[in-house]
Ligand binder design. Structure first.
Ligand SMILES: Cc1ncc(C[n+]2csc(CCOP(=O)(O)OP(=O)(O)O)c2C)c(N)n1
Ligand SMILES: [Mg+2]
Length: 351
């Protein structure tokens, strides 16, 4: 990879997507950006508790990959998944309310930022365990094959997850059983504060797939059109050949690992270099250059998104918090006071 983060010839990205789709992808990328900027503010105000992991800077990889799928293709992800839910069309009000821990949240306020899930839109969730979402996508791929459907499961995981044994097991099983799974590694070049070359003997992470005879490639994750093309191709391959594929998208997150990370260890000049390739700014240039949008159109998109997010934040703030008595709802198959094991650890349980 070059110093400016470009990845060989794949940087420019073919301007081959449909103009309506390009406009829509820009609109969602911007929506995700302003959603997360507002979420950061609300976290600082104390309205969002727990962890908050932002993907600011990674919007091209997130939006390009979701739009490279059919709406029914199931997705699983890491805890950095606000953009995946919004790209799938989850209501920004419900997503923000989930972050606030409110009853009106996407998961009734029980999941929070790391555990968004929208089954209706085939978004099968964010997971806090590094690598945890990978075997779940293999399971979804198995279900698709078992039922003879023609969907494709996609899992998004980070560079850090590539050193978890579960990736190896999942790649093996997906290939052995010919499962339609796209393994999408969003390589933002750090796992917490640890750079890939300090954690991985082989830094070309897409090569993990070689050992299983799975086709794989690297793509510029700052270029939404390149990501969209790569995922469309991969999904087509998985759908028609009933076989897995792996993609590694090189991107960069502008902020620290989570809101509680002061981000003091990554070099400032490195951050500046990547910010100079901001995926929204570069895509805006393409859209303007191709005559797909005018400056006025862009201003209208930005204004509408800001209004959507303002509305979402006000909705979340005005919604009731999850009642303490409901905290254990949906955790156990049996009601809280009817634990069959009668554990003494369970408030209200027998024992
Ligand atoms: C199994 C497991 N080990 C460790 C952690 C703590 N942890 C949370 S995020 C993270 C870094 C993961 O980095 P990466 O996969 O690159 O994803 P990114 O956060 O960069 O999006 C670690 C080590 C965890 N959640 N799960
Ligand atoms: Mg990472």
């Amino acid at each position: 990879m070059a110093d400016d983060g470009s990845v060989g010839q794949q940087t420019a990205g073919p301007v081959s997507a449909d103009p309506g789709l390009m406009r829509q992808m820009f609109t969602v990328m911007h929506l995700v950006r302003v959603f997360e900027e507002r979420a950061a503010e609300e976290y600082m105000r104390g309205n969002i508790g727990g962890f908050l992991h932002l993907a600011i800077g990674e919007e091209a990889a997130v939006v390009g990959s979701v739009f490279g799928l059919r709406p029914t293709d199931p997705i699983t992800s890491t805890y950095r998944e606000h953009g995946q839910a919004l790209s799938r069309g989850s209501d920004p009000r419900a997503v923000m309310a989930e972050l606030f821990g409110r009853e009106t949240g996407l998961c009734g306020g029980h999941g929070g930022s790391m555990h968004l899930m929208d089954r209706e839109r085939a978004f099968y969730g964010g997971y806090g365990i590094v690598g945890g979402s990978i075997p779940l996508a293999v399971g979804l791929g198995f279900a698709i094959a078992y039922r003879g459907e023609d969907d494709v499961a996609l899992v998004m995981f980070g560079d850090g997850a590539t050193n978890q044994g579960v990736l190896t097991e999942s790649l093996n099983m997906a290939k052995l059983w010919n499962l339609p799974v796209v393994f999408f590694c969003l390589n933002n070049q750090y796992g917490m504060g640890t750079a890939v070359d300090r954690a991985s003997a082989e830094t070309e992470l897409f090569r993990r797939a070689d050992a299983f005879g799975i086709p794989s490639r690297r793509v510029d994750g700052m270029d939404v059109l390149a990501v969209h093309q790569a995922v469309s191709d991969a999904a087509h391959h998985a759908r028609t050949s009933h076989d897995p594929v792996m993609i590694e998208a090189i991107a960069y997150r502008y902020r620290g690992h989570s809101m509680s990370d002061p981000d003091k260890t990554r070099p400032e000049d490195e951050k500046a270099r990547w910010r100079a390739r901001d995926p929204l700014v570069t895509f805006e240039r393409v859209l303007l250059g191709e005559g797909i949008v005018s400056s006025d159109d862009l201003a209208a998109i930005r204004e509408a998104n800001l209004a959507t997010i303002e509305d979402a934040a006000q909705f979340a703030a005005a919604s009731p918090a999850v009642a303490e008595s409901a905290l254990a709802d949906d955790v156990y198959a049996h009601p809280w006071n009817d634990d069959p094991r009668g554990s003494a650890l369970m408030p209200g349980g027998g024992g």
